[in-house]
Design a protein around this ligand. Structure first.
Ligand SMILES: NC(=O)c1ccc[n+]([C@@H]2O[C@H](COP(=O)([O-])OP(=O)(O)OC[C@H]3O[C@@H](n4cnc5c(N)ncnc54)[C@H](O)[C@@H]3O)[C@@H](O)[C@H]2O)c1
Length: 423
């Protein structure tokens, strides 16, 4: 039995703006409300997107008309708001991260298991072209046994200051200094979701004590977390015996694409990426001892950007660093499964926005699980929370708690179900 969704979007800041038109256009959505504690932001959204305002988060939770909320508030607020919304009986879409507290993630898992409400975290990393490519090759067995991967999310604080200031006011530094590893899901999701069922079992992390931005990172009260680190790198042991290195860098001289897998190796094949070029290599069956190199850039890059890569490489890498391709699909993200009504609508984060909104709406409407359900995203999020503890203790090895897998009788919607639109 399908239920049409009436969604209250909570938080009308910079990011949610991308998503109002997508929620509005989704065939499973009956109505969209917007809401912000800063009334002028909700007013602005209401005018530009032609949607009604709902007075407050609490009003939305109390409303029998609203059956879903989409949380787009600041990162440290998600956990408690998601818990409240599930307790109020609402389906929940949440921007990343899931939560900055393991106890809250456990509580979200408990509530979802008990209530069977939809929880979906909008993880852009799940649908990035490199992730889709590694997932496909892994599923086909082309990598062989997984050996080692590297992923990172480079987002220098210089590019986030304005955002933190706009909602944090005079106290913005308190929030801007959040430990980098409290926001690990873009990077971890790219590696882990390439190998369904695989999770991290232990971690060792090292932090870079930022000497450049002591106004934000430090232990003497600038940030609420007593966090000294501008960057943190973690080494994970995975449940399949492989190793992953994940770095979360907020004080770094690098830009775009922000999140990427730089290496993903198996015993039989490997994938590598840097700035503009994607390569897939495998042992060459016709030339013993040699490796066959394949340039797979065309499939993993928006066509306009790829054209530039092939004609003017120097200009291409500059334009990619400046954001070229950010709004576009790559050929591997063929969009076939997406609702017709999404066609031509604004996309973002390298062609991923349409997919993450479609996942939530389909899951909530059908009662199935989203691919980025709580069991999956707990495995993306918790390793970072433990990693920060490891880094604070000089890199001790720590076990990572695992919340296990989804209930056996609860199916996940098929991300490749091209027939959905015809049903
Ligand atoms: N690639 C990605 O997945 C990605 C990219 C950007 C941002 N994000 C996430 O999206 C979230 C929002 O980011 P942003 O840049 O828009 O932040 P923002 O600070 O611009 O917006 C947050 C908004 O929430 C509002 N708000 C806070 N508490 C509220 C409450 N109780 N009720 C109603 N409104 C409330 C604030 O007033 C503000 O307008 C963050 O958690 C961020 O981590 C994810």
């Amino acid at each position: 039995m399908k239920t049409k969704l009436t969604i209250a979007m909570i938080g009308c800041g910079r990011f949610a703006d991308f998503f109002v038109p997508l929620f509005k256009a989704h065939p499973e959505v009956a109505k969209v409300y917007v809401c912000d504690i800063r009334g002028e932001r909700a007013e602005d959204y209401s005018k530009r997107h032609n949607v009604e305002i709902i007075e407050s988060f609490e009003t939305a939770l109390a409303s029998p008309e609203v059956n879903a909320v989409a949380i787009f508030t600041e990162r440290q607020k998600h956990g408690p708001m998601v818990i409240e919304a599930l307790k109020a009986g609402k389906h929940v879409y949440s921007a990343v991260p899931c939560s900055i507290s393991i106890d809250e993630i456990r509580e979200i898992e408990r509530l979802v298991r008990e209530t069977r409400l939809t929880y979906s975290m909008g993880e852009t990393g799940y649908y990035r072209a490199a992730t889709l490519f590694c997932r496909e090759k892994f599923a086909k067995g082309e990598f062989g046994n997984f050996v080692y991967a590297e992923a990172q999310y480079n987002h220098d604080i210089r590019n986030m200051e304005e955002s933190f200031k706009s909602s944090g006011g005079d106290r913005w530094r308190e929030y801007a200094g959040i430990p980098p590893m409290y926001y690990p899901t873009h990077s971890t999701s790219m590696i882990l979701s390439s190998m369904p069922g695989v999770y991290a079992t232990s971690v060792r992390a090292l932090g870079y004590v930022s000497t450049e931005r002591t106004d934000i990172y430090g232990t003497d009260g600038q940030n609420l977390y007593g966090n000294p680190f501008g960057n943190t790198a973690m080494l994970l042991t995975l449940s399949n015996g492989g190793i992953a290195r994940v770095s979360e860098n907020r004080n770094v001289g690098w830009k775009a694409p922000e999140t990427y897998i730089s290496q993903f190796y198996g015993t039989n094949a490997g994938y590598e990426f840097s700035v503009a070029k994607h390569y897939f290599a495998h042992w060459d069956s016709e030339r013993p001892g040699k490796v066959k190199m394949n340039d797979v850039t065309e499939r993993l890059t928006p066509p306009e950007v790829n054209k530039l890569v092939n004609t003017d490489f120097a200009r291409a890498i500059q334009e990619i660093a400046d954001g070229a391709g950010f709004f576009d699909f790559s050929p591997i993200q063929d969009g076939k499964r997406l609702p017709e009504s999404f066609r031509g609508l604004h996309n973002g984060h390298n062609g991923t926005h349409h997919y993450i909104i479609d996942d939530f709406c389909k899951a909530a409407a059908t009662g199935k699980l989203s691919p980025t359900n709580i069991w999956e995203v707990a495995r993306y999020n918790i390793p970072g929370l433990i990693a920060h503890q490891s880094a604070l203790q000089g890199g001790i090895v720590m076990d990572i708690p695992d919340l296990g897998v989804k209930p056996a009788d609860w199916d996940v919607i098929d991300p490749y179900d091209f027939e959905y639109n015809q049903k």
